[in-house]
Design a protein around this ligand. Structure first.
Ligand code: GLU
Length: 479
């Protein structure tokens, strides 16, 4: 490829499922590469597999791309819209004997969708290449095979990530370019469309490496220049397997609904398998500036949900309250829940703002924050004393009762004042603050981990706090 040619890349999902995080990482790398080189980033929808492509999946994939700000720079190309063109080119190649008819029965499983490979009858068993068919024969349904040129021993290409890749031509069978039902195959149309779209760099998952030599033959047969190929390592589950539902949620939509932020997911997926020194948190501008193929690892990268949660927390802490309200819409986008309405029904805006400041300190996801805020709105259903066993002493009841009396008369129910009272009471009883704070936390939230207990008290207000405290005191007295 000429060095001065303007970079044009494409992301080419098939709408046969919700957008997988592995796929969207391919989109992100394409986008970054295009931006880094001031080139063009395109999207092509590979919808020729009509049995498995659905409108629902298409809409869901596009909405995931929009959410991550990965919509293309030019209009989307739908592969199916070019099918007549694809067929014309095949006819042309047929006339030139570059493809030939094959009347073998396809094996039961004609398409390996994972690899996008047609597993027709192995070529060794197919003798169609050497047969001549009559015009009448050719009226019967048949497939078309690409006659792999056998004049060279090997085919090689310089992968921008993995370096030189060399394959023995003997290993490549004459492959099917049009199925018996008249549908051109993936390996064929992908090349035609990449030529049509003037793609300079094909950046995709390494599961496509085995397809690349076949596609190179087609470029050569069409007299077109071969683009640069860059095959990205896959995302792996914790056992080194390909990331699947057993390891973690796999669709972008699931991450959105669990309350991950688009910026955090984007940052995480880039950093997964690509590095720039030890830096973990990047602005988009930095990613565009630093991105290159040289620092993409050659091995698959293990998906680490804990790290994603940590990173999401970092992004949540950078939000303001209005960002937070907007982010709640994303977790509600399937229409099953209305978390925002539930929060607003429970809390005044001022209270919510304070809770947001409190909960964001340890936040992992928007959904977890919202659930905590909703559950704080109601007194805990059960108080499990076992959780605070280590802080219960003979004096616990007296300590709590003393604290309760002191706060009951407060005019200003503010966290600094409440914490002052707690310290004084603990000093009187010669107890550490935690001996009061943990039972209080249990009384208020039913849990032993929460934001600052005095801050929560301020939000809940005196009446509510006294009521919740009483329930605990009663329970301790009966204990
Ligand atoms: N539709 C193919 C896939 O989803 C894209 C292949 C390519 O990028 O060449 O895997």
């Amino acid at each position: 490829m000429s060095k001065n040619k303007k970079v044009r890349v494409r992301f080419a999902p098939s709408p046969t499922g919700h957008l997988h995080v592995g796929s969207v990482r391919v989109a992100i790398f394409n986008w970054l590469f295009a931006r880094h080189h001031a080139g063009t980033y395109l999207v092509r929808i590979e919808d020729t597999d009509q049995e498995r492509s659905t409108k629902e999946f298409l809409d869901s994939q596009l909405s995931s791309l929009k959410w991550l700000d990965l919509m293309p720079d030019e209009h989307i190309l739908y592969q199916l819209s070019r099918i007549e063109e694809h067929k014309k080119v095949i006819q042309d190649l047929l006339e030139k004997n570059i493809v030939y008819p094959c009347f073998c029965e396809p094996s039961m499983q004609t398409v390996d969708y994972e690899k996008k490979e047609e597993t027709y009858v192995e070529q060794e068993q197919c003798t169609c290449k050497h047969k001549t068919f009559s015009a009448d024969d050719l009226k019967q349904p048949h497939a078309l095979r690409f006659a792999v040129p056998r004049g060279v021993k090997t085919v090689e290409f310089d992968d921008a990530i993995r370096g030189k890749i060399c394959v023995d031509v003997d290993q490549i069978n004459d492959f099917i370019v049009m199925r018996k039902d008249g549908i051109p195959t993936y390996n064929f149309v992908v090349v035609l469309d990449d030529i049509f779209m003037n793609i300079t760099h094909v950046i995709r998952g390494e599961d496509h490496i085995s397809n690349t030599p076949k596609q190179m033959f087609i470029y050569n047969a069409l007299g077109a220049s071969v683009p640069v190929f860059a095959h990205l390592p896959l995302i792996l589950g914790s056992l080194g397997n390909r990331l699947s539902k057993r390891d973690a949620a796999v669709s972008v939509q699931d991450y959105k609904r669990q309350g991950f932020l688009p910026g955090a997911l984007f940052n995480y997926l880039v950093r997964l398998g690509w590095s720039h020194g030890d830096q973990e948190i990047f602005t988009k501008e930095e990613l565009v500036q630093f991105f290159d193929f040289d620092h993409i690892g050659k091995k698959g990268a293990i998906f680490d949900i804990k790290k994603l949660e940590w990173l999401n927390g970092v992004y949540i802490r950078a939000m303001d309250f209005d960002d937070f309200l907007r982010a709640i819409d994303d977790i509600d986008d399937n229409g099953d829940h209305d978390h925002k309405e539930a929060l607003i029904a429970l809390w005044e805006r001022e209270q919510l703002e304070k809770l947001f400041e409190q909960y964001k300190a340890r936040a992992t996801t928007i959904l977890a924050m919202v659930q905590d805020m909703l559950s704080l709105g109601k007194a805990p259903k059960v108080l499990d004393l076992g959780l605070i066993q280590k802080w219960i002493t003979d004096q616990s009841v007296d300590l709590l009762v003393s604290f309760e009396r002191n706060i009951a008369t407060l005019k200003r129910f503010e966290h600094e004042i409440l914490s002052g009272v707690a310290k004084t009471v603990c000093a009187e009883f010669e107890k550490k603050l935690v001996c009061l704070a943990q039972p209080l936390r249990l009384a208020l939230t039913g849990k032993t981990v929460s934001p600052g207990v005095f801050e929560l008290m301020e939000v809940l207000g005196k009446e509510d706090v006294l009521e919740r405290l009483n329930v605990l005191i009663k329970k301790l007295q009966e204990h």
